[in-house]
Write a protein that binds this ligand. Structure first.
Ligand SMILES: [Zn+2]
Length: 89
């Protein structure tokens, strides 16, 4: 498993460091949260964390757009729209 706290080792060199989303940190420890969520976070916090985890992933659905002329296909992942999500809020 990748240790997300040690970002320096994830560097791909020459200023092209891998960027992490908040969801990456939630996912890192989500299994532990899911076993006993009431001991660590409130249901509202659980709901927000889960929304952030799946934001812009296939879990929320994907819209596929294709250019009729060039044939370029672009996939757009749905957002969670949670007010606490750093991407959506
Ligand atoms: Zn979101």
């Amino acid at each position: 498993m990748i240790d997300l706290l040690d970002i320096s080792e994830q560097s791909e060199g020459c200023g092209t460091e891998k960027k992490y989303r908040l969801a990456d940190y939630f996912n890192r420890w989500w299994d532990e949260y899911a076993q006993h969520p009431a001991e660590y976070i409130t249901p509202e916090q659980y709901k927000a964390a889960n929304a952030i985890r799946v934001c812009h992933t296939a879990a929320l659905g994907i819209d596929t757009y294709a250019c009729p002329e060039g044939g370029e296909i672009r996939e757009v992942y749905h957002s969670c729209k949670n007010r606490f999500c750093p991407t959506c809020g």
